[in-house]
Design a protein around this ligand. Sequence first.
Ligand SMILES: [Zn+2]
Length: 259
Amino acid sequence: MPELPDVEGFRRELADTLPGRRVVRVDVRDPGVLRNTSARNLARTLVGRRFGTPRRHGKWLILPTDGPTVMVHSGMTGHPYFAQSGDPDIGHERLVITLDRGEFRYADLRKLRGVWLAADDDDVARVMGEQGPDALTIDLRAFAAALQGRRGAVKSTLMDQSVIAGLGNLLTDEICWRARINPSRPVADLDRDDLRRLHGAMKRTLLTAVKHGCVPGLPRWLTRVRDAPDPACPRCGTRLRRRRVAGRTSVWCPNCQPA
Ligand SMILES: [Zn+2]
């Protein structure tokens, strides 16, 4: 599933290829990925426009043109990418925007989110909904401020995009494990040292993950072992605990991350 590092990877690829390209044709192969626009409207407003520099906020990819802005949220399986005309599809391409050179394509198997069109920056903010500061750039002071006064557990709070934007299930478990903080602990219980460890773990995890363009299963990462049949903590060897919360599986080490 795409998390912040994947979306940042998409952004970097598109930042190298998209700026200055002019839209020649819009081919909506499956209108099921269009969220607030129609195939006809997308073509009518985009043809002739030039793409600017892609941005990202949390898991949102923002693709401005000299007219409206195209917004992509990858959901579980969305993959926006640039291809040369004639390059083979990666599969499940739902939208192909032919450019004066190359193509922008959006592939998405499950179509849980998709593509939005925004008229201006106010509209971009409206489409994204309430978003906290981006997890990749937030400093310790802003991180502590974002968590200040929150009532929930650490994990659900970190995954709340309106608190901090960009963290999903894998990243949050990885970060909590590295910071040695139980994901079920109430945020209100965290002291300054906990917050500093959590923020440091988040920064290090994200910087490495962004380099890989995904949440990587590296040696001594929780992500590497979490889906094993009977996984052990990469740090201390204790059997990891697993629990499903709201359809998502949380994994933690009862020894390193006491409740
Ligand atoms: Zn452990």
